[in-house]
Design a protein around this ligand. Structure first.
Ligand code: PNS
Length: 156
């Protein structure tokens, strides 16, 4: 049976750190669906459509990865696309606390879904979308944070 996982997040923007997690997830699952969701606590830089376009362009040659925009609960989205797992990355203890709370809520509501927490590789564990947004706001380029070859200017 084909194993599908969703990798949900705001992806505003998708970074080198996210790409490293997708690489790891592809070792565990046949398909990874990147779900662009709505974190009500975060301000937007890219429109959801442009976040998706950036990811679609980056994975144009990788048929096992696709991006979708969703609204509502992440668990509903996961079940709707036939996924058995929710992938999340953890960089540090701050992430851990937040992830633990979300995992517990999702497990309570959707007991058939498993949250798979992956450690972000140490070489990219400093990268955060919020940092990218801040550096950009000060007029500096951000290619060091972006997946190889991605020019964020095309998606702003
Ligand atoms: O990239 P982020 O900001 O860490 O992504 C967070 C996101 C969008 C995955 C999270 O806020 C989310 O799942 N939102 C949808 C509502 C939901 O299902 N919450 C978890 C159960 S309470």
């Amino acid at each position: 049976m084909e194993r599908t996982a969703i990798f949900p997040g705001s992806f505003d923007p998708f970074t080198r750190g996210h790409a490293a997690l997708v690489d790891e997830a592809l070792n565990l699952f046949d398909r990874v669906i990147i779900g662009i969701g709505n974190n009500t606590a975060k301000r937007g830089l890219l429109t959801p459509e442009n976040r998706k376009r950036l990811i679609d362009d980056f994975y144009a040659a990788q048929p096992r990865v696709e991006a979708r925009i969703y609204t509502g609960l992440t668990g509903e989205f996961a079940l709707g696309v036939g996924a058995s797992a929710i992938i999340r990355g953890v960089r540090n203890t701050t992430d851990f606390e937040y992830e633990r709370t979300m995992q517990a809520a999702n497990q309570r509501i959707y007991p058939t879904l498993t949250t798979v927490m992956l450690f972000t590789p140490a070489v990219v564990a400093d990268i955060a979308s919020s940092t990218v947004r801040e550096v950009l706001a000060f007029g500096r380029t951000v290619e060091e944070f972006m997946p190889e070859g991605v020019d964020i200017e095309k998606y702003l």
